[in-house]
Ligand binder design. Structure first.
Ligand SMILES: [Zn+2]
Length: 103
């Protein structure tokens, strides 16, 4: 049996704030490389394709290895267009957004 391949997504969305028309601020999600998000000390992340929760991995590894994210919920990976489980599925399923999106 082959070794389990890891789901590696090198881009994610980070929550930022911008000035709202008419005053105040509003949050929005911005696609960013995971390495850049860490360098910028972003704190809120989600999958850029399904909006599901992700966890950051690889940030403490040796130089040369880029940090990446993977889905926290297996169910997200099953139906996210970027999910490893989704890409491997052979049942012709259609992708959809996370049932538990980060807002
Ligand atoms: Zn996803």
């Amino acid at each position: 049996m082959a070794t389990a391949e890891r789901e590696k997504m090198y881009e994610c969305e980070v929550k930022r704030r911008r000035v709202k028309e008419g005053g105040g601020y509003e949050p929005f999600w911005k696609v960013k490389k995971v390495v850049d998000a860490l360098a910028d000390a972003d704190t809120e992340f989600r999958c850029k394709d399904c909006g599901g929760e992700v966890k950051i991995l690889g940030k403490t590894s040796k130089t040369g290895a880029a940090a990446f994210v993977e889905h926290k919920r297996p169910a997200d990976a099953e139906f996210c267009p970027s999910g490893l489980a989704f890409k491997r599925a052979t049942d012709g399923r259609e992708s959809h957004a996370s049932a538990h999106p980060v807002n």
